[in-house]
Design a protein around this ligand. Structure first.
Ligand SMILES: *Cc1c(COP(=O)(O)O)cnc(C)c1O
Length: 385
């Protein structure tokens, strides 16, 4: 089946009630016919449902859909994107191991690398996202994982997945990509060699800003290791959230297509606006990694960043003038969202550190939603004026 059909038609077996839409399995445990069946289900290698911290039909369905979409053998679903990321490191790393990454990663992942994992003797080294020739010198014998996001947040920089994978494979690193910004509709890191792909399902998978979730995708072997850690540490998603997410995937492809076209249109118009100094969007020819983006992505995604004249105060003024766009710390929603990283998500960094990850004082990030593009544009221009 093609991806749209697969996302709509993949479904756990119907119950005896022959429902058309999958019911919500709001149960924390499952019953057994007899003692032998119960004994068999307690063997962890077996598929049967036992307890919802281990597995649940709604969770299974959601995970299966995402695995098919990313071209992965297996998946593990968690309560949030951070639960997916933490479970992955918790399962695969030991004291003394190291991670290679780039600094322009999601804020909480950066905190994990710099404040939490060091408590267990796990160290992270950051390399420059666009200087792959310097990466090998940073790889020590203790390094186990190469961890990347592309497009990056909020810089919308693009990292060459095939080239990064070649370095990872040469040094026996597990190559992990957080694919939340692109979604598998626009980019499939496994096609370029990624061993594990991680998602915050809270963003485009839900797409309507309602529930949280996370997914890890990869080989049976790696997912089995992560499952062993996650089953006993408790980052399980609620069946309700998994049910919402699985339903949301039915519209993922058409939503992403519209996010892509609305964002490209807004990016092109911003480029011509007199109060805008620069615009960054993967599918604009002016993007520094436009060629790489075109090679590894089939759509540019929904996030556009631009820099307005002036600095911190003008950035805040712009947000205050918006009438339709939401001011909220989320992305991937039907509703367009504007944020000013320098005064919010990255306000604790020094000016110098902000510049290292591409955050100038006047940088605005827009998660372009599904409203009519003319309304989105009118709100942006009146605020700029
Ligand atoms: C939001 C986000 C996360 C974390 O996901 P949560 O669901 O909020 O825990 C991780 N990576 C990226 C790129 C994100 O945007």
């Amino acid at each position: 089946m093609k991806k749209e059909t697969q996302l709509i038609r993949t479904q756990i077996p119907r119950s005896e009630n022959r429902e058309h839409s999958v019911p919500l399995y709001l149960t924390s445990s499952y019953t057994f016919e007899d003692a032998d069946q119960m004994a068999a289900c307690f063997n962890e290698e077996q598929e049967g449902y036992v307890y919802s911290r281990y597995s649940n039909p709604n969770v299974t369905e959601f995970g299966q859909k995402v695995a098919d979409l990313e071209g992965a053998e297996a998946s593990w679903v968690t309560a949030s994107g951070m639960a997916a990321i933490f479970s992955t490191f918790g399962a695969l790393l030991e004291m003394g191991d190291e991670i290679l990454s780039v600094q322009s990663i999601f804020g909480s992942t950066h905190r994990l690398f710099t404040e939490i994992l060091p408590k267990w003797g796990i160290k992270t080294t950051y390399v420059a996202f666009d200087q792959l020739e310097t990466w090998e010198a940073a790889i020590t014998p203790q390094c186990k994982i190469l961890y990347l996001e592309t497009p990056t947040n909020p810089g919308v920089d693009i990292i060459d997945l095939a080239a990064a994978n070649a370095i990872a494979k040469k040094h026996n690193l597990i190559f992990i990509v957080d694919n939340c910004f692109a979604t598998p509709v626009n980019q499939r890191p496994a096609d370029f060699g990624a061993d594990l792909v991680i998602h915050s399902a809270t963003k485009y998978f839900d797409g309507q800003g309602r529930v949280m979730g996370g997914v890890i995708l990869g080989s049976h072997e790696l997912i089995h290791e992560i499952q062993g850690f996650a089953r006993h540490t408790g980052p399980a998603i609620s069946p309700f959230n998994a049910w919402v997410l699985s339903k949301s995937l039915e519209t993922l492809v058409i939503r992403i297509e519209r996010h892509n076209s609305n964002a490209l249109e807004i990016a092109k118009r911003l480029e011509k606006h007199i109060h805008v100094k620069s615009v960054k969007y993967p599918f604009l020819k002016s993007h520094p990694q436009y060629d790489i983006a075109k090679r590894q992505m089939s759509g540019g995604g929904g996030v556009v960043t631009f820099e307005i004249e002036g600095g911190l105060d003008q950035g805040k003024t712009f947000l205050n003038q918006l009438e339709i766009l939401s001011l909220t710390a989320n992305l991937g929603d039907t509703r367009s969202i504007a944020t000013h990283p320098a005064s919010t998500t990255h306000s604790k960094l020094t000016n110098e550190d902000r510049l290292k990850v591409g955050i100038t004082p006047g940088l605005i990030r827009i998660s372009v939603g599904l409203e009519n593009v003319e309304d989105i544009w009118e709100d942006i221009t009146q605020a700029l004026d």
